[in-house]
Design a protein around this ligand. Sequence first.
Ligand SMILES: CC(C)(COP(=O)(O)OP(=O)(O)OC[C@H]1O[C@@H](n2cnc3c(N)ncnc32)[C@H](O)[C@@H]1OP(=O)(O)O)[C@@H](O)C(=O)NCCC(=O)NCCS
Length: 162
Amino acid sequence: MKIRKPTQETYIKVSALLSLAFPKSLYELELVEGFHDNDTPIHEWVCIHLNKVVAYIAFSNAYNKDEICGLHLAPLAVAPQFQRQGFGSELLRFALRQQAIKESPLFVLGNPKFYQRFGFKHCPLPVCPFAKNNKHFLALRNTATTRFIVGYEAEFDTGKLK
Ligand SMILES: CC(C)(COP(=O)(O)OP(=O)(O)OC[C@H]1O[C@@H](n2cnc3c(N)ncnc32)[C@H](O)[C@@H]1OP(=O)(O)O)[C@@H](O)C(=O)NCCC(=O)NCCS
């Protein structure tokens, strides 16, 4: 198993993986294709196993008005036939050790059971515009004490909300 930054050639495999991992929605697929098409600054990695792209992770800027206040983790996806075999955890652990990630406040909208084991905790502030009452909005190293609506890159607005 190898972890790499995706290249232009692997983007198509990342799209295929996202379609399979999120079969009921185009949101994640359109989000990532939007990041790539618009050259939005993101941190992303793929997990390659048996010559296949089996997992993908991306982080994009989180904003307090115009200021960057951390990173949003989205999406994390593992190809269905490789789920529950440790790939998602390994890719996330790898990402959390990287220089660009390891000191930044991180936010994620996701299953608390999965993310709590990596240190994420329920995030009461800032306010997530995509989660009613911040349900399932989690953070790591978040120090916000004032109330503001956390900003996302524009690509998050194009898909349907989950
Ligand atoms: C969620 C996901 C990223 C986890 O990656 P994975 O490689 O399948 O997970 P791992 O094998 O590393 O499992 C880690 C733990 O998470 C649990 N887990 C895996 N998928 C889960 C899910 N959908 N819901 C809740 N827990 C889950 C496993 O039970 C496992 O715990 P265990 O080791 O005690 O059994 C992956 O299953 C996936 O892409 N699912 C579909 C897309 C998705 O829902 N992504 C959103 C993430 S918020």
